[in-house]
Design a protein around this ligand. Structure first.
Ligand code: NAD
Length: 487
């Protein structure tokens, strides 16, 4: 990286913030807004919108000094129209029941949008993971899993958690092990959770799936000459300037995948502040710097922004909120300079901000579609666990042999031989990662076109978020109508 003196920008933020509604209210607002464009009976819409089951519980954690702390936890299953239900587990000191319900609802709609056959769910423990030792975190995770198991809120055919804010494949591994211990001999036990390490039944490409899926979503949006012209942009990701909020799983990988496609990361925001460099930032170098120093501030060659939220107002083409909900509000939305908002986090944009973006003619690629890459690859992992075989293992050699036969036929027909280099580039032995990424790309592209087409047919919906919610509502409605009501 270029090394030069680090400059500092302090906040120009006006005092006094807007009073916003809760995240759950926001999700329900977006649901109602879309439902107005669908022709379903009110009772059916009420059923789709309602959270079916909420399990709220508490359990004790022992501290090294012998003291005991009681922590709060939840698992919410929003919709059982398809089973199992699916959704991540969040560790955060701020998390509340209402937030978990909002996230579970988003999962239902998200799965429907990308045709992943699951109902929506979400879980959370109200802790700050950085305050606990590794051993305590393991105990907390295992106790949480045990509590879910006792109430049948986890299982390959019941409810399948995954990583979310504050958790990673480490916690998923502990969950898989705990569940397996409690269900000795259950052959599909590993499918009780996804996002596991590859060595513990995980799948290649799951860790970066949400970020990669966001890149595919952006790429598909940027392929449309009509939509890019409306924004005053050339087609394609290449050269687009991105600001990313949050350098965790989603933020890091979306930055990496987009940069590899030619985008320039001009700003990165974290909890302690933000950094900007119009010439471009390397997410890996920033990540390593933060790991070493404990902060992204002072990164060589970049300008420090002391108030992290100010980074959302930096001059850029694409803004990627990839940290938490309610980051773009009625307060800061008017000052956002990006023309595309790519929602990596769940619920980063409030309805007030959404309206501002609408008025400004911005393209918002909504969370409920854009960050569905994680659950899509989780679905592939679940299938792999049930099948007990690595993707591609049975037929990859056979496919390569078929391709070789084609090349040979072409050689005979043309009388010309392929060089070894040509042969190598034309015949590929497909590995699991290639299969996963191609399935992910296909899912994101097909879903984008479906949403875009819905909006084209019903321009009164005005934006992709409304079209995405409407698409989800229609799909879930069909399932409920076909299933009927028991008893
Ligand atoms: P993570 O814990 O890996 O990373 C979150 C990052 O955001 C951390 O580095 C944290 O320090 C940073 N952060 C927290 N508050 C911030 C603030 N105010 N400003 C700037 N940065 C801040 O979590 P994640 O898995 O990357 O999830 C991020 C978001 O993406 C969440 O909304 C989550 O629900 C959503 N999401 C995650 C996945 C997934 O597969 N992990 C899938 C879909 C959606």
């Amino acid at each position: 990286m270029i090394s030069m003196a680090t400059s500092v920008v302090t906040s120009k933020r006006p005092a006094g913030a807007h009073r916003e509604q809760s995240f759950e209210d926001n999700v329900n607002f977006f649901f109602d807004r879309a439902a107005a464009h669908c022709s379903h009976a009110k009772g059916l819409l009420d059923q789709i919108r309602a959270c079916n089951s909420v399990y709220a519980f508490k359990f004790p954690v022992r501290h090294p000094d012998g003291g005991i702390e009681v922590v709060r936890a939840w698992r919410v299953e929003h919709s059982h129209h398809k089973l199992p239900t699916k959704g991540g587990i969040r560790y955060s000191p701020q998390v509340e029941e209402s937030e978990v319900k909002a996230l579970a609802a988003l999962m239902t709609y998200k799965c429907a949008i990308v045709d992943v056959p699951f109902g929506g769910a979400k879980g959370a423990i109200q802790i700050d993971p950085s305050r606990y030792s590794l051993e305590q975190l393991e105990r907390i995770t295992r106790r949480y899993t045990h509590e879910l198991d006792r109430k049948q809120f986890i299982g390959p055919g019941l409810d399948v958690p995954a990583p979310d804010y504050g958790t990673s494949e480490r916690e998923m591994s502990w969950i898989a092990d705990t569940y397996s211990q409690l269900h000795t001999g259950q052959i599909e036990a590993l499918a009780c959770v996804t996002g596991k390490p590859v060595t513990e039944g995980g799948i290649q490409g799951r860790k970066d799936a949400t970020g990669r899926g966001l890149m595919y979503a952006l790429s598909e949006a940027c392929r449309s000459a009509e939509d890019m012209k409306a924004l005053g942009f050339p087609v394609g990701i290449e050269g687009k300037r991105l600001v990313v909020q949050g350098l965790g799983n989603v933020g890091y990988h979306v930055a990496k995948c987009c940069r590899e496609q030619g985008a320039i990361i001009v700003g990165i925001a974290e909890q302690e502040g933000a950094i900007a460099n119009p010439k471009g930032l390397d997410e890996e170098a920033v990540f390593q710097y933060r790991k070493r120093t404990g902060s992204i501030l002072g990164f060589p060659g970049a300008t420090d922004i002391l108030h992290s939220l100010d980074a959302l107002e930096l001059d850029c083409d694409v803004l990627v909120p990839a940290a938490l909900e309610n980051q773009l509000t009625g307060d800061n939305a008017p000052r956002v300079k990006a023309r595309i908002i790519l929602e990596g986090a769940n619920g980063p944009t409030t309805p007030e901000a959404d309206e501002v973006f609408q008025q400004k003619g911005l393209l918002v690629i909504p969370d409920v579609y854009a960050n569905a890459g994680g659950v899509t690859v989780s679905y592939f992992e679940w299938l792999k666990n049930l099948a007990h075989v690595r993707l591609g293992r049975l037929d990859r050699r056979r496919e390569a042999a078929t391709e070789l036969r084609f090349l040979h036929a072409i050689e005979i027909a043309t009388g010309k031989k392929f060089t070894e280099a040509e042969r190598a580039s034309l015949v590929r032995v497909t590995d699991e990662l290639a299969i996963v990424n191609s399935g992910l790309e296909d899912t994101m592209v097909v879903a984008y076109q479906e949403i875009r087409e819905t909006l084209r047919k019903q321009p009164a919906m005005r934006d992709l978020r409304t079209a995405a919610f409407a698409s989800a509502i229609n799909k879930v409605a069909v399932v409920y109508e076909e299933l009927g009501i028991f008893p």
